[in-house]
Design a protein around this ligand. Structure first.
Ligand SMILES: *Cc1c(COP(=O)(O)O)cnc(C)c1O
Length: 230
């Protein structure tokens, strides 16, 4: 068994335990394998184990992998900050974007989405703690942005994403994630019909699932450690 296969099994076991503990069906939670900084062979190894959805943070690096592996029919999610000069590459190559936090970015993605592709699936990134992850709209701005994004022709608004600050323990992490779930519920109360709550990473997926996550983004626990970003 390869290291990636062993790790994937362990992550699936953690997700299963977390769902049991939260009394949620396992089918509620999708695993997004975050393959940033790892090469196509790592993605291929995870694919061989049945993993189909991959998250990438660095657009240029991602596009090379997407093109190399296009024959596999994988689903690619952009989970990194999006600079204006990268929206075209994102619109042309990704299936999902989790990090829309400005109308301007959403407008560019919609107008640059090629007509022959399905609408780009979008999550609004929300910043619930005003912490070091400076990206994301404030919770009280989320509804306005979500309504604007939902009206764009080539995007499909699917949900809310967040990267809360590192919390000291499970209870504190749950409280932060609950703040994101509250935003998600508030948007749905306005009729937005969202089905995706993207939160939880290698170190805190249990708390995220406890608070209602439907998509955990896991890198290190599957592929191993990454060099610190330059
Ligand atoms: C890198 C990254 C992840 C994965 O983090 P791990 O701690 O390696 O699981 C998840 N979400 C985002 C937005 C990331 O940038």
């Amino acid at each position: 068994m390869t290291m990636i296969e062993t790790n994937l099994q362990a992550v699936h076991a953690r997700i299963e335990q977390a769902c049991l503990r939260a009394q949620r069906p396992l089918s509620d939670v999708t695993l997004l394998a975050v393959s940033k900084t790892f090469g196509p062979e790592a993605v291929q190894a995870a694919f061989t184990c049945g993993q189909l959805a991959f998250g990438e943070s660095y657009v240029q690096e991602a596009v090379e992998k997407i093109l190399t592996l296009r024959h596999l029919g994988l689903q690619w999610h952009c989970i990194g900050p999006i600079q204006s000069n990268k929206t075209r590459l994102v619109a042309e190559h990704f299936d999902w974007v989790h990090t829309v936090d400005r109308l301007k970015t959403a407008q560019r993605l919609s107008s640059q989405r090629p007509a022959h592709l399905a609408p780009l699936q979008v999550c609004i990134q929300v910043n619930v703690d005003g912490g070091a992850t400076k990206s994301g709209v404030a919770p009280d701005q989320a509804l306005v942005l979500a309504q604007q994004v939902a009206a764009l022709p080539n995007l499909r608004l699917r949900g809310v994403m967040s990267i809360p600050e590192l919390a000291p323990d499970f209870v504190a992490a749950c409280a932060l994630f609950k703040g994101v779930k509250d935003v998600f519920d508030a948007l749905n109360a306005e009729g937005l019909g969202l089905d995706t709550l993207s939160m939880g990473m290698s170190h805190d997926l249990e708390a995220a699932i406890h608070a209602g996550s439907t998509m955990v983004r896991v890198g290190t626990a599957i592929f191993g450690g990454r060099p610190a970003p330059a």
